[in-house]
Design a protein around this ligand. Structure first.
Ligand SMILES: [Zn+2]
Length: 267
């Protein structure tokens, strides 16, 4: 680790990796119809971002059913690099989703990721930073992998300029009620006490209904937040859900008795 992506490209038929001189696209691939060889083009930028783009374009090169928009030339925007789902029947979107999955698997191979994750216990954004450093990927790519591989119910919300930009959650984490583009809830710890940039905050309890739908007649689960502010106006907010322990039969009986008295107006 980190996976030597440029070396792998050279061994797999990529002749050159050149700079792309446009802001419109994040990356590109020039190749022939038979994919006998190719040249990857990437926008100038930070190393983790470049590595992801290279791996994404290598995906287009190796996945035989990927068909470029123009013959011999794939061009991908930064929104393509973030695409995780595709509209049904949209072949272009599906192609981008597949290239992203490929890039993630190349840069964070599951066996290495599981090994790294084994050292972590309680969910903590510090771990995301360790993964990003060790695998030389962006913090966001590391965050996506972290929620996917962590055994607990967690989610990471990416906020930009106080608004929700993207949400990544583990399979067991319920839907987040703040849609993309909506402001980070006013009572979130994101807004409280000035956070020091590039330092993960303490993990603190918050009201669960800030982020998830809490059923009225069920006991509310516990939700915890941790905030990591970056210098460019972006932040990651880790959400950790602690499920309600199963009620004992005795508790349920007391609860129902109370509800019955409440509804019938007796005391
Ligand atoms: Zn692409």
């Amino acid at each position: 680790m980190p996976v030597p992506i440029q070396e792998l490209c050279a061994r797999l038929g990529i002749l050159r990796i050149d700079d792309l001189d446009t802001d419109e696209f994040e990356g590109g691939l020039v190749t022939d119809a038979k994919r006998s060889e190719g040249t990857i083009l990437i926008k100038r930028g930070g190393e983790p971002r470049r590595r992801f783009t290279i791996a994404h374009e290598l995906g287009h090169f190796l996945i035989a059913h990927h068909v470029p928009d123009q013959p011999g030339r794939f061009l991908c925007k930064s929104s393509d690099m973030l695409r995780l789902t595709a509209k049904e029947g949209d072949r272009r979107q599906r192609r981008e989703v597949e290239a992203n999955r490929f890039a993630t698997l190349m840069l964070m191979p599951p066996h290495l990721l599981r090994g790294a994750m084994a050292a972590f216990r309680e969910p903590d954004l510090q771990h995301v930073l360790v993964l990003a450093r060790d695998f030389a990927v962006s913090k966001e790519a590391a965050a996506r992998a972290y929620v996917q591989y962590h055994p607990e119910q967690i989610a990471i919300v990416v906020a930009g300029n106080s608004r929700v930009q993207r949400c990544y959650r583990s399979l067991s984490f319920p839907a987040i009620i703040c849609g993309v583009g909506s402001p980070v809830p006013a009572r979130s710890h994101y807004h409280s006490s000035p956070h020091r940039p590039n330092v993960a905050s303490n993990i603190a309890a918050c009201s669960p209904d800030l982020w998830i739908d809490v059923k009225r007649d069920l006991r509310a689960p516990s939700l915890y937040e941790q905030v990591y502010l970056q210098q460019n106006g972006f932040a990651m907010i880790l959400l950790r859900l602690e499920a309600v322990p199963e009620e004992s039969a005795e508790e349920r009986r007391l609860d129902e008795g109370w509800r019955h008295r409440f509804h019938s107006g007796r005391r």
